[in-house]
Design a protein around this ligand. Structure first.
Ligand code: ADP
Ligand code: MG
Length: 541
């Protein structure tokens, strides 16, 4: 059975598989496009539009559409209500996945079941689990969740196999997010060294600049007309702004005429002007990239060997030029909006091969893919066995009182508290901390509240404000007359699927408490319910 790779993007999604000759290929959607806008439009009860039609409809009726849902994956308590039904971010994403897989199924004439779905390297366990559940809700068998830069690295690797360890800088500028990551590729191993970015910076910001420019040109000639009051005009303007921007990647100058209130204004925009209008945006991505390179250097990567461009926005030539100057290496770019899906398809096939190892010969596409990558069959299997989500992107810890604060003994509720990360970001999963010793704060302390906090900012910090409380348990009925500073041992165990088991014990009395937290995600019954429900939706648009 064919395995598929899916780039479930913030603005566009894409599905690919590896063909008979071992080459990853992207499959077109129902209207022949290689990428599908990740937009769901709720036309009627259980009748939704997905993709281009939804994106266009959303410009006039944004209240009936969900866009950029990826930014809300893994957040608890988020719901979107349409025609009397509430949808979670997981269900919305499942609808997008269903659209992609049904189109692929029609195109190939065979069922789509086994998939690898990609996520940004910065996604935490909660967001990853939510993505996995979205796949399950769509009725898919999710072989794994893979980091987008790793997928991009694999895809480039297939085009230009190299030997020996390489460090790649993956610069990914999409429609609404920017990620910059250093990845190490070494034979049968791919791993993220460090990652950063701006979650709210992307092509849409470039579009807004072009839109403002067009509007400005119009109103300068007709100051008494106010086209901003007309939603149809503004919708047209948004569509045209994005088109203009995209056309200027291949053409050096474009014309448009804007018509409103009986006035017609011809406008010209050239590539140089576009670059000037958006220079500060590009600068922001470059500054962030420098930080990522510096961080990689601190982690022992002296130099990046290659620069890879990913995301539709990197078709803009100014990005390639400026980034090339910054790093001192010519970046590589090849269909940057398809690379992630292609790499995911390669990984999906290698995963399948590894799972089927020993049950007969590897499939022809798998053997050929391995050869294209310059890997032997065994090495390819090993790459497929790699846990794609092996590294924890954000740390977990527990809250402790600062015993140097005099209030800690007199009024603990008011004393300074901070977070100790028991499982720091970057730890390989599964992770087991073993018992870590803490101490009671006061004499005769009756119990201990064990709070679990997840790192909430990119940099690890012990301040409560930079962390998020995600659960708690209570160690009750400690023996009477315990002196202050009695040791208590806390153990965290985090599985690969995001199940965190916390154990706290007071060794002298043996009193203990144990609790589990599912980091992110719905419970089983909610997933099953959503699956039946999403299956009922008519997505043919
Ligand atoms: P995401 O990863 O956010 O889902 P993509 O990688 O598909 O998104 O990038 C989408 C962005 O790329 C959009 O802003 C789109 O306008 C832009 N884009 C697509 N093609 C081009 C092009 N030829 N020139 C410039 N920008 C482009
Ligand atoms: Mg993307």
């Amino acid at each position: 059975m064919t395995a598929f790779g899916i780039d479930l993007g913030t603005t566009n999604s894409c599905i690919a598989c590896v063909d008979e000759s071992g080459r990853p290929v992207v499959l077109p959607n129902a209207i022949g496009e290689l990428t599908t806008p990740s937009v769901v439009y709720f036309d009627q009860r259980e009748k939704v539009w997905i993709g281009r039609a939804a994106k266009d409809a959303a410009l006039l009726a944004p209240d009936l559409a969900v866009q950029l849902v990826k930014r809300q994956m893994g957040l608890e308590g988020v719901g979107f209500t349409f025609h009397g039904t509430t949808y979670t971010p997981e269900s919305i994403s499942a609808l997008v996945l269903k659209e992609l897989t049904s189109a692929a199924q029609r195109h190939l004439g065979e069922p789509v079941r086994d998939v690898v779905i990609t996520v940004p390297a910065s996604f935490g366990v909660a967001e990853r689990t939510a993505t996995l559940l979205a796949g399950e809700i769509a009725g898919l068998n999710v072989l794994d969740i893979l980091d987008e830069p790793n997928a991009a690295a694999l895809s480039y690797r297939e085009r230009a196999p190299v030997q020996g360890p390489r460090h790649l800088l993956v610069y990914d500028l999409g429609g609404g997010t920017f990620d910059t990551t250093v990845v190490r590729v070494d034979g049968d191993h791919v791993e993220v060294i460090c990652t950063g970015g701006e979650p709210d910076l992307g092509g849409a910001d470039w579009d807004a600049r072009v839109r403002d420019f067009l509007l400005d040109t119009f109103t300068r000639q007709h100051p008494r007309l106010d086209p901003t009051a007309d939603p149809h005009f503004m919708k047209e303007l948004s569509i045209r702004a994005e088109q203009l921007k995209e056309e200027l990647s291949t053409m050096t100058s474009r014309h448009r005429s804007l018509a409103f209130g009986g006035a017609v204004v011809p406008v010209e925009l050239n590539r140089r002007q576009l670059e000037e209008l958006t220079a500060d945006l590009l600068d922001r991505t470059l500054a962030r990239t420098e930080k990522t390179i510096a961080e990689a250097r601190r982690k022992g990567v002296p130099d990046v060997d290659e620069v890879i461009l990913v995301g539709g926005m990197t078709r803009m030539s100014a990005i390639m030029e400026r980034l090339g100057k910054l790093v001192g290496k010519a970046p590589r770019r090849h269909e940057p909006d398809l690379a992630v899906a292609r790499g995911a398809a390669m990984f999906a096939l290698l995963k399948q091969m590894e799972q089927g190892a020993g049950q007969g010969r590897a499939s022809r596409p798998a053997v050929r893919l391995a050869a294209r990558m310059g890997l032997g069959e065994k090495q390819a299997e090993k790459l497929g066995s790699q846990r794609a989500t092996a590294v924890l992107p954000r740390g977990f810890g527990t809250k402790v009182l600062d015993i140097n604060d005099p209030l800690a003994t007199t009024n603990p509720a008011l004393a300074r508290a901070y977070v100790v990360h028991l499982i720091p970001a970057g730890t390989a999963l599964p992770a087991d901390t073993g018992p870590v010793t803490f101490h009671t704060a006061i004499d005769n302390q009756p119990g201990i509240e064990v709070e679990v906090w997840e790192q909430a900012s990119e940099e690890s910090s012990e301040e409560l404000a930079d962390n998020k409380l995600i659960g708690r348990g209570k160690l009750r009925d400690l023996p009477p007359k315990l002196p202050k500073h009695t040791p208590v041992e806390i153990t965290f165990f985090l599985s690969e699927t995001g199940l965190l088991t916390v154990n706290a014990v007071e060794p002298a009395s043996g009193r203990q408490v144990r609790f589990d937290l599912q980091i992110g995600g719905l419970d089983r019954s909610a997933v099953d319910l959503a699956r039946t429900f999403v299956a009922r939706h008519d997505t043919s648009s």
